[in-house]
Design a binder for this molecule. Sequence first.
Ligand code: SF4
Length: 501
Amino acid sequence: MLESTGEGTTTAAAGVLTLEKFGAESALIGREMADQYHRYNIDTEEVDDVDPLPHRFLVEVGKVGLAKFILSEVFHYGLKPDVILSRPCTYGVFSGPVGGFLPRPKLCVGCLRCTVQHPDFVKVLPNPDLLALGDKYTTHGHITAIDEESKKGMVPVRGQGYRGRFGGPGFDGMLTDMSEIVRPSRDGIHGRELIGTSVDIGTKPMHLSFDSDGNIVGKTPDMFTIKVPFVFDIPPGDLGTQRLAEVLNSTCKRIDTLACMNASDVLDWGLDAPHIVPVVSSPSPETAASFPKARLIELDAWNKQAFELLRSSTEALVGVRINFTDGWQETMMKAVNNRADVIHLNADLHGRGGDGRFVSDLLKEAHMLLIEKGCRDMVTLIGAGGIVSADHLPKAIISGLDAVALDLPVLFALQGRSHGSLQTRDGVKGTLPRKMTNDWAEQRLTNLCGSWRDQLLEILGAMGIREVRRLRGEFGRSMIVTHLEDEAFEGIEGYVSGGAA
Ligand code: SF4
């Protein structure tokens, strides 16, 4: 039997005290760390319209038929104007001061109850003014969705609420695989766990090397991180005004992302900042000194001499913009082999390359080419062209991008109107609302970013992917509708592959 000595008891008591003190100290440190932790969130807030889109439906009411109907209503319900003047619409279209004699079509949701009950005197038609917005790629549906997302900042599609197409051209031909309902799943969306949307901009070595003492030697990562996998591209066409540049500047600062702008505009408008990416065409030794705060400077096209000049005169990362025209693969590899940190690939605004292929196929080719050459992580791929919907963002990342560059969505988020081409960048012409204020515009763009980020979280959560970096090039998490159809119907008489597209 062991007997405790007085000394032993004292030592044990001191040990307990030390442990208690240690526990209290670690709890304090933990508390301080927890208090300092800031969970990234985009603060959305509903804002009013300053130039609303045309309403969705026209409601045409035959006055004679309506008068007869109201008479019969009086016969049934007596003189109750709020009842007899509002029917048959429960959405208030017929509830104005003179009822259906002056309907209020902006309240119509297109349920068609009125036309089904009274086909003899009510017609509900799509509004041609709304249908005329956009073009065959960026449709009035995309513009309406962007408008709604920028107004409310709400997630566009959650759960089984998707009302769009299952198949079609472009990004509609890609479905995302959400079959793995595992953690982080909903926990990541509702904040109990973290799903990361940060991405790294810059270059990383394909492996790290250490000396015999365990110190890192050789090339180390040269990059910075932004909180969302999208940046704002140079405003296309005539949209690049100082006003818009100021709004992009303040929005980027707020949500921690980047905006590409012509270098001359950055200089003229005094916008040099860490979140502004000046795009230069012919750099001089003084160019870099003009942008001391820039973390990334882009060259507007590959030119070895210009690239080396820029590289040697700046501490910032250097990127190269490359259009998907003939020979883009060779140009991209030349830029990567010369240590470009970022490649910014551009399709046209319909998402097509020079050979007519869609941008998702082109991005896959770029991603796979870099993997085959063993240098994928040495460069960041940013891509632009054809990204006009929240679901296009994860689909472009699945196709191989690190981050997406947004162009036309900015115009429609700010309730601007297009008067030119929506296919070629140079041909874009647009006007922004006269009543637009900078605060209003910043909140609209912030709402759009919040909405698209939330949609991304929904998709990552449904896939069980903990951060967007892991989505890059995950072709296996997508399904191509034409492939599925070929698998199911090939060999059946009359089936034409790709017919649905
Ligand atoms: S379609 Fe529906 S919402 Fe529109 S006016 Fe008729 S009843 Fe009202």
